[in-house]
Design a protein. Sequence first.
Length: 359
Amino acid sequence: MKIRTLAHSKSFSLAAGVVAVVFLSIIAILLASHGTPPSLTVVVRSNVVPTLAPHTHTSADRVSDNSHGLALSSPTVEVPEDMWVTDLEITTENAPQGIIHHMHLVRMEDEGADADAQYPLFAYGQDTPTTIRFPSPTGIFIPKGEKLGIDAVLHNPIPPLGEGGVYKDVVITITLRGVPNGKDRNLPVVFHLPRVFDETTNSGRDATFTVPAGALHETFWSTNNPPDPVGTAHTFVEDGWIVHMGAHSHPWEGAERVDAYLNGARIKTYTSHRTDESIPWSWQTEGGIVLIPVRKGDVLTVSTTYSNPTNKPIVGAMGLMGVFYAPDPHSLIPPPYAFRWTFERWLYSALELINVRVR
Ligand SMILES: [Cu+2]
């Protein structure tokens, strides 16, 4: 009995040792894949808004209308060295976060350029998370000397639609944290913003559409008509990964969901909820890291679903999907990713075959 126990405990301690080694290896791999801590920081601060006043907002108003939204830009910030942005953070000074309707980080090609004309490197929406982190080995690559700026619209309707206070000296900021060249980031992400909008009433930069009176779970679609200057739908020109997604809609105007589709098959759904039930305007739409393999020629579209129980149309509804895409999975990233890409692509193709086309 004694001997058996001894033998048992020996094999047990050997097994425990093996388990411990495997466990520690997994931890080490997870830590390694988490990436080098950020060592570079660039902060872009908006111009100061001396007084942000509240206003009344109805279903007949758009955020982009004069006296509703307040357009805001920033002084230009020059990036001092090549930088791989690993995470982003949006903050507000002297006002609650909810006063930002949207904020774009843009390239200012020339001093004094019209920021609104630039395609954003990143877009934040009122209901989207205030921080973003990119999975290693991806990041936003910004070369030394790049000039960055903010292109934002503040919106401060009175409750229950928004905060509606009077705020002095309001500033909004975006903080970029990252690492220099030669660290563990080598796969640059590109931002796309497929969106739903009504081509008969606007160009897509405004990106609004009308929800008819009495609409019940009505779905509105992005178009897929080339040319595609503002990304109403996106056709991928290379194999790659979608590595991060998030959505913006107007749950306070009856938005129920935003869906993304690859070649017509739904790949992602975002819904909104209040972060604080006692605060009617505290809407949050979750977003985050995803790993969705895409193939050259795949088409990404978006839809959003609204209900409008009132007898008046809602003219400023929105539905957008922010997507970070990393091209070329084979030559730049480590073999396990390439293998996974091939496997998951095969899986997606199989799923597409059996999926009921939704469009
Ligand atoms: Cu909006």
